[in-house]
Design a protein around this ligand. Structure first.
Ligand SMILES: [Zn+2]
Length: 63
């Protein structure tokens, strides 16, 4: 069983730039998927997780 996550499907948090600049503590960086901080995503690999991932991709968000 090898299910490596597709590296190209990584979605960055909208806050990642500010975090990278040191403007934001990591606890406040919103999750790229659920947009919550702290993250409240479904378990990685679950159906709900992939449904959420699909929704983010469908909206074509790249911030
Ligand atoms: Zn999340």
């Amino acid at each position: 069983m090898s299910s490596n996550p597709d590296k190209t499907s990584v979605i960055w948090s909208p806050d990642i730039d500010r975090y990278a600049r040191g403007d934001m503590p990591v606890e406040q960086v919103r999750c790229a998927l659920c947009r919550l901080a702290p993250c409240e995503c479904p378990a990685f690999g679950s159906d709900a997780y992939f449904a959420l991932l699909d929704r983010r991709h469908a909206r074509g968000e790249r911030s």
